[in-house]
Every structure is written in C-alpha cells, then in structure tokens.
Ligand binder design. Structure first.
Ligand code: G6P
Length: 496
C-alpha cells in the first residue's frame, strides 16, 4: 500500500523484445517522464538500451508508486513476467522507482492512446485540426471512446487497489482525464490531483468535441481535488471550458470549480529544469565526445539548433521554411551558418505523424539542394534519438529555435540556455507555455509567421555575444527556478 501514487500513460521505462525472448529496457521519453523521474528516483537518462533483468535492483522508494501502461508487446511481456506488473519487485532495475506496469489489452490500449488521446484530445488542446475535413465523430469514434473509458478504468482500479487509506494520487495528463472521477467513486478517502502537461483548448475549439465526451473529460478532471496546469493561460482556458458544464459554479478569484457538491482547486505549477543535475549529466564523457564531433562538422560557423520530437505541434516544417527564407533574404549568411535540426521519431503509428515526418524530410532536402555547396552543408537533420548528442548541441548553439504551434511548456527552451557554453539567443514561439516565463529575454515569434521567424533568426545571429550571454544568464535563472522536485512537492502540498 502506498501513500503517494503517480499515474501516467508512459512510465519511467519501456522494453523491447529480441527474437530469442530477451528483454532490454530503456527510459521512457518526453517532458512528463523527465519531470517525474526526478522526483520518483526513476532513471532520467534514456542511455543505451540495457539488459532488463538484474538480481540486485537498487533500493527503491516504496513511498511512491508509479502506475503506467504497457505501451507494446514487450512491455506486456515484462508486466506478465512480474508479479502483477510490479517491475521493481520482479528484479528489473527501475533505478529506484516502484513501478506497476498495467497489462492493458492491446486493442483497448491502441484505441485509447492513438485514436482518443493522441488523435483527438491532443489535436483539440493543440488546435491541430484541419477543420473542413476533421474531426469526424461517428460510430467508430464512439467505440474508440469506450476503449478510452476502459483504459481509464484500468488505472482507477489499480490506483484504488494500491493506495493506502487517505493516500495521495497524482494523475497525469490527457490520457487519464477520466481517471480522477473514477478513482473518487471507488475510493472517496483518497486525495486526488490531476495535472495537464499540455495546453488547454479555448471553449470555442473545445466544443468541437461531442457534447457528452467534452463534458465527461471536464467532469473526469473535476473528480480531482486539485487540477494543475503549467501556465495561467491553460488554467484559465480550463475554467472557461468549465462554464460549458451545466450546474458548475466557477469562482475565478479563488480558482475553484464546484459541481455536485465537490470542489476542485485549479492551480498553476510551472515545470522547470533541475540545473545542477542537467549540468552534471552534460559534463560526462559521451557528451564531451559528441560536442567535439559536432564542432568538427560545423567548424567556426554559427549554429542554429532545434531539438524536437517530430510532432505536428512542434512546427518543424515552418521552422525550416524560415531558415530557408533567411538564407534567401540575407545571403551574407550562406557559408557562415549551419542549422542543426534534431527531429526524433514520435507516434509513428499515426498516419498524420508519418506524413508530417515526410514533409520535414522533403523540406530539408529542398534546402540542402538549393543552398548546399561542396564545402558547406547548410542543414543537418538527425532523426535518430541520441540524448548525449542533444545535450552537446545545447552547449554549442548560438541560436536555439523553439517555434511550436502550441505547447504546454516546452523544456527544450529551458534546457538549452542552462547548458549553453557561451550564451545562446532563444527564438521562442509566443504559443509555448515557456513564453510566460521566458518572454523577457527570448526573441518572440508568431509560429505561423514564417517571414517574421526568418527575420528573427537573422536578428538572433546578429546579437552581440555579450548581450546573448546576459540574456542567457537570465533565461537560465528563470528556467531553473521551478525544478521538478519543487513542482511535485507544491502539488502534494496543495492536497493537504
Ligand atoms: C509530451 C507532452 C506530454 C505527453 C507526452 C506523451 O511530452 O508534453 O504532455 O504526456 O508528450 O508523449 P508520448 O510519446 O507518450 O505519446
């Protein structure tokens, strides 16, 4: 029985299975996992895949139990090979975290994760629909929704079973928006928090959801005692959407929503970077070696860096188009700058993501063909995920480009300045949550305005070194003000 439980779709580790049935394990990706790993003692570094089983798991923190889903067949195998999914107890080295990995049936998981969470709720909160064509809520969407309910219920059941009397359950993100209410129904003694790591849609856009689904999501989160968001903007959009719920009483000053006799507090908890831990990691040999290799490749040219998972919300194609326009309008940069774009694979099960990845590649080829010369490679795109190489690139960047269409926070905008060796200029989308903390020292852009982004990249390259360093120091201070430990502790405290 645990006093503190964390629930999220993606857990701290994931598995792959070789042909001979051997499991290898690696850390899960994404901002949510990085943040939570810092507080639960799970491995923070994706590192190389390593053999999964060890007879000497490191001492775990039995006070925090992390409940997550099996994301694929290998995860399900690992979950089945352990007693009821308790990976730590089965001898897997989860780096100190107590982890229960749920063995959810593959088709239920696929519909809940791909069709509802990533193709519907993610699209709603990031305003990604091409509305003349999509969304299109038909009988199939209803069936997918039932799987989403079943998936949320599986989490609620596990949490209800593992929680000590009066325990705190910290439920994460849009995958699990129904779970807080389901858990409250099962265990009214618990204190429940929900946290949204994404933006929240404005009401006019939220209303694209069928009324019953939209209400169910809101009511689901309102099953929690505390609903957390990364910025004021997302929190107030949530309150605006709650106005759509018949019978809900919203107090804007106290930031509470009361419905059917239960009150939920809405809180803002920005998530920042653990500066010392990140710097320590970046000082390791594998990062130093990659930094040397990158420096050799780029020479003494200026470096524009971007690092993203290839998600529709990251706006990589317009970012590349902006770089192209800058090279057209300011030919003096040709031969003097290199754009390093790390676009790591993400959600490849979804057709839109595969198509988007293809457009990124197409745009990249066009730039290379148009401007490349025998002794200058204007653009280097890397798609294989290499964490130490990303850290090395942060260190060397003269300009960091972070231009999402919309983003809950965006930790790249925070990690980059922290690791920058000589100070980098940050070109940042005003639609990223990080804008609320960093806009004073970043160069802000409208992510849809390619020409403005091009001009801002040009200004960033021209920024004098001293000014870059000064701005970067202030960006670093802001980025490290709310490390994950504090983010988590504040939410626990909010439940007292
Ligand atoms: C990003 C978002 C999180 C989300 C995660 C899911 O990190 O900021 O809100 O939980 O993506 O990514 P996944 O790879 O698990 O689909």
């Amino acid at each position: 029985m645990s006093q503190v439980l964390v629930a999220s779709n993606r857990g701290p580790v994931s598995f792959s299975l070789s042909e001979d049935g051997e499991l290898t394990m690696r850390r899960g990706g994404g901002g949510l996992v990085s943040g939570l790993a810092a507080v639960t003692g799970a491995p923070r570094d994706p590192g190389p895949p390593r053999p999964a089983a060890t007879s000497t798991p490191s001492a775990h923190r039995p006070d925090v139990l992390w409940v997550c889903a099996s994301l694929g067949e290998a995860d399900r195998t690992a979950a089945r090979r352990s007693s009821d999914g308790r990976l730590d107890q089965a001898g897997y080295d989860t780096g100190g975290a107590a982890v229960r990995m749920l063995d959810i049936p593959a088709d239920t998981f696929q519909r809940a994760y791909n069709a509802v969470a990533n193709s519907t709720l993610w699209f709603i909160h990031h305003l990604l629909y091409d509305t003349p064509r999509r969304p299109h809520f038909d009988a199939r969407a209803r069936r997918d929704w039932q799987s989403y309910e079943a998936y949320n219920a599986a989490f609620a059941d596990a949490l209800a079973r593992d929680a000590a009397h009066g325990a705190k359950a910290m439920i994460q993100d849009y995958h699990l928006s129904l779970a807080p209410r389901m858990l409250r129904d099962r265990r009214p003694d618990l204190r429940i928090a929900h946290f949204s790591h994404t933006p929240w849609a404005p009401p006019d856009y939220y209303r694209l959801l069928p009324d019953d689904m939209g209400a169910q999501v809101l009511r689901g989160i309102l099953g929690a005692d505390h609903a957390g968001f990364l910025t004021e903007r997302w929190a107030s959009a949530f309150l605006d959407c709650c106005e759509l719920l018949p019978g809900a009483r919203i107090d804007r000053v106290a930031r509470t929503v009361t419905i059917a006799g239960h009150t939920t507090h809405v809180g803002v908890h920005g998530l920042g970077v653990d500066g010392p831990a990140l710097r320590q990691r970046a000082a390791r040999q594998d990062v130093v070696e990659r930094a040397h290799a990158l420096r050799e490749q780029v020479g003494d040219r200026q470096l524009i860096v971007r690092i993203d998972r290839t998600e529709l919300s990251k706006n990589i194609v317009r970012g590349l188009a902006a770089y192209r326009e800058m090279l057209v309008n300011h030919p003096e940069w040709r031969g003097r700058v290199v754009h390093l774009a790390f676009a790591y694979p993400s959600r490849y099960d979804l057709a839109e993501y595969r198509e988007y990845t293809a457009s990124v590649q197409q745009m990249a080829e066009q730039i290379t063909e148009e401007f490349g010369t025998a002794d200058w490679e204007p653009l280097i795109v890397q798609v294989n995920d290499d964490y130490p190489r990303s850290l090395a690139a942060y260190g060397l960047a003269d300009v960091l480009l972070v231009n999402p269409i919309r983003d809950g926070m965006n930790l790249v905008a925070k990690e980059g300045p922290v690791l920058s060796e000589q100070g980098c200029a940050l070109v940042l989308s005003r639609e990223a949550g990080a804008a609320s903390e960093l806009s004073g020292d970043a160069l802000m852009v409208n992510p849809y305005d390619v020409s403005q982004t091009a001009e801002t990249l040009h200004q960033a390259l021209l920024m004098p070194r001293a000014e870059r360093a000064e701005r970067c120091a202030r960006l670093t201070a802001a980025a490290t003000a709310l490390p994950p430990q504090r983010w988590f502790a504040d939410q626990l405290a909010a439940l007292d």
